[in-house]
Design a protein around this ligand. Sequence first.
Ligand SMILES: [Fe+2]
Ligand SMILES: [Fe+2]
Length: 163
Amino acid sequence: MSRKFKWEDRYRLGFDQMDKIHSEFVEVVDSLIQSDDPEDIKKCLVLIERHAIDHFETENQWMIESNFPAAQCHIEEHSNVLKSIREVLECFDAQLAKDLGMALMDWFPGHADYLDSALATWMVKRRFSGAPLIFRRNPISSDERDNPMHSRGVDELPQSSTV
Ligand SMILES: [Fe+2]
Ligand SMILES: [Fe+2]
């Protein structure tokens, strides 16, 4: 049985435009993970590539326009992920594409926690002169309850100066 990639409150970073993009990322990757027909899988992968281009380009622009510190490693990670997506698309194989979907699902939480959250905080601070306030429906998700290493409160969000 396939795993499910669902949007969770813990993915919210308090910068609405980014949260919206991330919820779309979760949706397009989950569509691929749930597909079994090779043609559907290929269509999903094409959508993932389109999404990734917009997603990463938007974040890269935010970093460049706002002189975000340590933008380079974030931009490079985007570029590596897009490269992997394109490689699988070029020599398409349904199982490989499914494996990529699972890899993207596993990659996203770490990228969001360590790179995107710093950018979200930076953007909100620039626009509103303050750190983002994050209202989560369930402050402690089941994952966080089971694994205290995943716990993260508003006060613990990485600050731009520590990146
Ligand atoms: Fe992102
Ligand atoms: Fe990112």
